[in-house]
Design a binder for this molecule. Structure first.
Ligand SMILES: [Fe+2]
Length: 353
């Protein structure tokens, strides 16, 4: 055959290439391709990512977001959200390969209609008060630093009967759901769901050291809708006070599913960390791409050797397996969320320094 014959003759490199190409062309008609040509790019010795480190200053986000309030109503937009696009993934509506991130604005008097979808969502409230999010019948007030979950297929709508614009960070597992091509969504007729659980109901029922009698023994998502900042912040202060400060992450808690201690959602997990004033974090990296939002304070995070200065409500992203170090010039609180639970469930998550 041509390949074997060609290799026997010295100086016939061109013939080898031509013969191989002819062979590749032939097999491509049968929808086959040579693995040996692409193997090195598929099985890399270390994670390879197209995602790059990036930071969004809240002053820019807020100014541009409020302009969106002039050009489109929440009703017309369905959700008035500016996508935080990773600069390495333009046009792909994602902040990491696995996650979507955006900032949502709801103006006074507006409603964002009820819908439900397979993609799970979280909200981390940035600025403004008076808005609510209704999830699975619980009407939850939104305050700065609150962490609100909307699990797979949970009906949800948002509204702002207050007097000021309200903005929050949305993170969804949409790219993961769409990777598996498993997206479904429905838009019920009514604009708002009927809520029969008052603010804080699921937190009181499930996050108080007791469980309602008959609570399921297994649940792969948390039944708690809102983990209020007012409840989380004092826990961080306790950790700091007793010196329980991780050298890489600071005084950190993991938002947990009270049924099994696992992550709040099977695809996404979140942490809240206090960095004491003057904190100089040791280097850390892990295979989950991580989105950070600044709840309090100021500092700098070195990502892959590049400094990113942050202040309150700024959002930044650390790509998978890129080394980072947090430094806090004043006491700071960082919220973070990533696809770590999905990776752990698949047995592929790794961390290092
Ligand atoms: Fe939604």
């Amino acid at each position: 055959m041509a390949v074997g014959t060609a290799t026997k003759h010295p100086g016939s490199k061109h013939n080898v290439q031509a013969a191989r190409q002819a062979y590749y062309d032939k097999i491509s008609k049968f929808h086959m391709a040579p693995l040996w040509e692409v193997l090195k790019g598929l099985v890399t010795p270390e994670p390879k990512t197209r995602c790059v480190p990036a930071l969004w200053k809240f002053s820019d986000v807020k100014r541009l977001m409020l302009e969106a309030g002039d050009v489109i109503s929440a009703e017309e937009a369905e959700r008035r959200v500016l996508v935080l696009e990773n600069p390495g993934l333009p046009g792909e509506s994602r902040v990491t390969n696995a996650l979507f991130a955006g900032v949502q604005l709801i103006m006074p008097g507006e409603i964002a209609d009820v819908h439900q979808h397979v993609a799970s969502a979280i909200r981390f409230v940035l600025e403004g008060e008076g808005a609510y999010t209704a999830v699975e019948g619980e009407k939850s007030q939104m305050k700065h630093g609150d962490f609100i979950i909307t699990a797979n297929w949970a009906p949800h709508d948002h509204g702002n009967p207050g007097k000021e614009p309200v903005m929050w960070l949305d993170v969804l597992d949409m790219p993961t759901i769409n990777h598996f091509e498993t997206s479904f969504a429905v838009h019920p007729e009514e604009r708002m769901q009927k809520t029969n659980h008052e603010d804080g109901d699921s937190y009181a029922r499930y996050a108080s050291g007791v469980l309602p009698d008959g609570a399921p023994a297994q649940l792969n998502r948390s039944p708690v809708i809102n983990y209020p900042y007012a409840r989380m912040r004092p826990i961080l202060a306790r950790l700091k006070q007793t010196g329980d400060v991780d050298k890489r992450h600071g005084a950190r808690v993991r938002y947990a599913n009270p049924i099994n201690g696992g992550p709040v959602l099977p695809t996404m997990g979140a942490h809240l960390a206090l960095l004491p004033k003057g904190f100089k974090g040791e280097p850390y990296r892990s295979t989950d791409g991580t989105v950070f939002a600044v709840a309090e304070g100021m500092g700098t995070t070195l990502i892959d050797g590049k400094p990113f200065d942050w202040g309150v409500n700024d959002v930044f992203v650390v790509p998978p397996w890129k080394r980072y170090q947090h430094n806090a010039s004043e006491e700071a609180v960082l919220f973070s969320i990533s696809d770590r639970p999905a990776q752990e469930a698949l047995g592929i998550w790794r961390e290092g320094n």
